[in-house]
Design a protein around this ligand. Structure first.
Ligand SMILES: Cc1cc2nc3c(=O)[nH]c(=O)nc-3n(C[C@H](O)[C@H](O)[C@H](O)COP(=O)(O)O)c2cc1C
Length: 307
């Protein structure tokens, strides 16, 4: 698959996930064969004001080739200024978040708010496209309100505004993550535009992956299905995985240690660790203990104990 002039090794893409897809998890998913990884969403305003915490989110791994960043915001001029500032120079692809349903994001007119304001969404895309030669991509949902369906209108708008690729998560903002997605929602978008379409939603194994391919999408983005399960990228390419869940968790920790201090690791790794606990007797108890753990050592003891 190609996004603009950028070659993507395979059609499997790790989803941007705030608090999950940090540089260590992206490196881990690359190790297991993800074709493309994208930073978690980064506030364009935070970059504009040189916020230290925001800038930290731009850290990337050498293995991330090509390299993609996801931005959120709603002011075209701020996008333009940040793109032209050079702070994103190491990235090959710039994605714009037009789907995040979190109340604090929507309240600021960012994320899925833009599904209600196509004029502004278009202005943002056009401004970004004018500001750089890099491909601009857009990730969006089916609409804002529960029964909205603006998929085709929005997809066509993205294409005519100059986006090089779109990612479609066919749930509305109000649906959040409830219910199942409809593959045919992705298919109808694919039929409506000529730019590559990445299908996203509920891919967790080979069966759901095959189901997603019915949409004829060019790429498949995997989010929750990769948490505690980064080897999904190998499995979907029929590559043998010789590591146990414990080995994978150990590898994850060793990568985390390359990038982060213990405090951050404890906070961030718990969500992964709970997913690494295998569904066996005692799993519920283990997960409860992980939630309460205060040090990485404690988490490791719980995760790697025999029972
Ligand atoms: C914890 C969490 C954080 C997320 N953060 C982002 C984000 O930063 N940017 C984004 O576009 N989507 C974000 N998403 C949405 C995912 O990228 C994806 O669209 C959604 O999880 C559906 O895909 P899945 O069923 O494969 O998980 C997030 C999802 C989760 C669960």
């Amino acid at each position: 698959m190609k996004i603009g002039n950028i070659d993507i090794k395979n059609n499997l893409i790790l989803a941007p996930m705030a608090g999950i897809s940090d540089v260590s998890f992206r490196e881990l998913c690359k190790y297991f064969g993800a074709g493309l990884t994208i930073t978690e969403m980064v506030s364009v305003k935070g970059l504009y004001y040189n916020s230290k915490n925001t800038l930290k989110l731009l850290e990337t791994s050498k293995s991330e080739v090509p390299c993609a960043v996801q931005l959120f915001g709603h002011e075209p001029k701020i996008f333009e200024s940040v793109i032209k500032s050079g702070v994103l120079d190491k990235f090959d692809i710039i994605d714009i978040n037009m789907g995040c349903p979190a109340p604090k994001i929507v309240k600021n007119k960012d994320g899925s708010y833009l599904l209600k304001d196509l004029k502004l969404a278009r202005e943002i895309i056009e401004t970004c496209v004018r500001a750089t030669n890099k491909p601009i991509t857009v990730k969006f949902r089916k609409g804002y309100y529960e029964n909205d369906d603006i998929l085709i209108e929005f997809a066509k708008m993205c294409e005519s505004a100059g986006a090089s690729c779109i990612t479609v998560h066919p749930r509305t903002k109000e649906q959040g993550y409830s219910g199942k997605i409809d593959i045919f929602d992705i298919k109808k978008v694919k039929d409506a535009v000529s730019i590559p379409v990445i299908g996203n939603g509920d891919v967790v194994d080979k069966e759901s992956f095959k189901n997603m391919l019915i949409s004829n999408c060019d790429g498949v983005m995997i989010g929750r299905g990769a948490v505690g399960n980064p080897e999904i990228f190998s499995i979907l390419q029929d590559k043998k995985v010789d590591m146990s869940k414990k080995d994978i968790a150990k590898l994850h920790i060793s990568i985390l240690k390359k990038y982060f201090e213990e405090d951050y690791i404890v906070k961030i790794f718990k969500r992964h660790a709970m997913k690494y606990v295998e569904a066996k007797i005692g799993a519920v108890e283990k997960r409860k203990k992980i939630a309460l753990a205060k040090t990485l050592f404690e988490i490791e003891q719980i995760l790697f104990s025999e029972n």
